[in-house]
Write a protein that binds this ligand. Sequence first.
Ligand code: DGL
Length: 280
Amino acid sequence: MEPVKNASSKGPIGVFDSGYGGLTILNEFLNDFPDYDFIYLGDNARTPYGTRSFEMVYRYTLQSVLKLFDMGVHLVILACNTASAKALRTIQQRDLPRYDAARRVLGVVRPSAEQTVNFTQNRHIGVLGTTGTVQSMSYILEICKFLPDAVVTQQACPMWVPLVENNETDSEGADFFVRRDLNLLFSRDAEIDTLILGCTHYPLLMPLIQKYTPAHVKVLPQGEIVSASLKDYLLRHPEIDKKCTKNGTCRFFTTESPEKFDEASSVFLDFPVKSERLHF
Ligand code: DGL
């Protein structure tokens, strides 16, 4: 076990995703925390995580978290539902105490599950996610902590991430898969009144999601929810807030080609990005 290298007392907030999806969360952070510094890390070389085993998602996520720690980060947000569902708990409970108990790693599943309470009227909730997120049952477990009698129906949408990663969100293929998966979900529970997009890539498919979702169903805005939850966390934990540098900067790292990352991020962000290559 390597000790964390950068022990400096302050640093940016780390935002991690398997690829581009976490940029939908970062966008909200940049709006809500204009003074804070952020580092975004996309593990584009090893995306998608959604179809990988627990072991691989855990190993890749931990490696990325430790890399962010080495870059001076004290607080990492796993802006990836798959990593939050499959790796977060082990990292929090087993790895942080060993590497550096003062650093923090938070995820996106719990804050999203918590907020369903404020959206649903009839407690029928639909969850869309990667195969990994669905298989982990994390959403069901977390939602039932807040709404024990909730009826949660999950639908894996394995084609949606590749469609987003390949900039195919307006294609006939995207229309086909979004329609098919949403029809499958609503045919299993027609009473769903609240829909969780349990994958950070999915907001990019929003026009199609809205097209095939009954108008009365509320679609949870995960980016806004996670950002509000971070605000609340930093207020409740001034000792962590004090460790966040505040110069209003944002750096981007990718494990794949920076040129590719810069071009693809224009789909997610409305400002140009100049990313850097990160080697493990
Ligand atoms: N963006 C990730 C999530 O929220 C999934 C993408 C992937 O499969 O790597 O689950």
